[in-house]
Design a protein around this ligand. Structure first.
Ligand code: DSN
Length: 405
């Protein structure tokens, strides 16, 4: 049987785009060829509803070995006792965590999307606000969590669950403080570490499992694995509820090809080279943010793998305009709401900049500085498009190539 050449041509074009561009989307990365091989492996052929040792299908002996290996590696990586590695995505992992711990209509206190939270943390367009009663805490004028106001809000709102862990928050989180507040109001403390899981694995940021009742994550951002989710905990009763929430309540057959790829990414994240990689991600992110500051461009600063750049103040254009203009020269990033943004989410006053992806390809601190200069020059109309395109090409041709399959 012939393959669909149209489809494979699209794949080739996308491969060229990934190799020729500067990828600054903070939630993206380039998974290893082993991770990608497992995603596309024969494991996709197998049905395995249930969990290791308790499946609804025969022939699961090797599937059980693979899923147990993923659990063993991820609990070692994050120094915790229990894991569910079946969630299909980060949003599914969050849905599973809520379903495990809450009843419909229970109260969740979280950070809103426009201040750095996530759709599944209670946005009005997400299931999370339809099935749960969500209120929000806020950032202070420096763009950091206002812990005193969070406490006040928790005492007044009396949530059953307090949620931390964000999509566009460039600073360390004081988990200890939030845990104390959660305990005071009798709430569960949940952390969605999707963005920073890799930095936690490499011990470059505090491990929330020391404080939280339940931790969710994706596996494809800084962790550099396949697209997917996980739920972790140190509580035996919670993992039982999580597994039941995952299957049969919310998901069907697990994607064992993806679970194998997750296991490979956990293995890779346990290696010394991964620690060096994450350390370099932090160095590159800070170097770029500092260079923008030197150039007079307003940005959030950073303590992790990302920062927010205020495009309105710095270049007189919205985040949407900046995103589109940079795409013309092969720089990909995303428009992002800034704290107290007056623009709509589809417009925004800034962009989010992250270094997990291109650091995997070998981008250095000097490259990160160079990238700030290209963006600044192009968005201030100080350099021509042709000149910017050459500068982008000169950088990307020095980096590791991403193979097509
Ligand atoms: N977590 C989002 C992001 O940061 O891009 C995607 O859901």
């Amino acid at each position: 049987m012939d393959r669909d050449e149209t489809l494979f041509n699209y794949l080739k074009e996308e491969n060229n785009r990934q190799n020729d561009g500067i990828e600054l989307i903070a939630s993206e990365n380039f998974a290893s060829k082993y991770v990608r091989a497992l995603c596309g492996s024969i494991l996709t052929n197998k049905y395995a509803e249930g969990f290791p040792g308790k499946r609804y299908y025969g022939g699961c002996v090797h599937i059980d070995e693979i899923e147990n290996r993923a659990i063993e590696l991820v609990t070692r990586l994050f120094n915790c006792k229990y894991a569910c590695v079946q969630p299909h995505s980060g949003t599914q992992a969050n849905m599973i965590a809520y379903y495990a711990l809450l009843n419909t209509g229970d109260k969740i206190l979280s950070l809103s999307l426009d201040e750095g939270g996530h759709l599944s943390h209670g946005s009005k367009v997400s299931f999370s606000s339809k099935y749960y009663n969500v209120d929000f805490y806020h950032l202070n004028k420096n763009g950091r969590i206002d812990y005193d106001a969070l406490k006040e809000k928790a005492l007044e709102f009396k949530p059953q669950l307090i949620l931390a862990g964000f999509s566009a928050y460039p600073f360390e989180i004081d988990y200890k403080r939030i845990k104390e507040i959660a305990r005071e109001v009798g709430a569960y403390f949940m952390v969605d570490m999707a963005h920073i899981a890799g930095l936690i694995a490499a011990k470059e940021l505090t491990n929330p499992l020391e404080y939280a009742d339940i931790v969710t994550s994706t596996t494809h951002k800084t962790l550099r694995g396949p697209r997917g989710g996980i739920v972790l905990t140190n509580d035996e009763e919670i993992i039982k509820k999580v597994n039941k929430a995952c299957f049969p309540a919310l998901q069907g057959g697990p994607l064992e090809n993806i679970i194998a790829a997750k296991a490979e990414c956990f293995y890779e994240a346990l290696q010394p080279e991964y620690k060096e990689y994450i350390h370099q991600v932090k160095i590159n992110t800070k170097a770029c943010s500092d260079e923008f500051t030197k150039l007079g461009d307003l940005n959030s600063g950073t303590e992790n793998h990302l920062f927010l750049l205020n495009t309105k103040e710095s270049f007189g254009i919205t985040g949407k305009e900046a995103q589109e203009k940079l795409e013309e020269i092969g720089i990909t990033l995303n428009k992002n709401m800034l704290p107290n943004d007056t623009e709509k989410p589809s417009i925004t006053s800034g962009v989010r900049v992250g270094f997990a992806a291109i650091t995997t390809r070998g981008a250095s601190e000097n490259d990160a500085i160079q990238i700030a200069r290209i963006i600044d020059g192009y968005l201030k109309n100080k350099i021509e498009k042709s000149e910017a395109l050459i500068a982008v090409k000169n950088l990307t041709k020095m980096w590791k190539e991403i193979e097509e399959i």
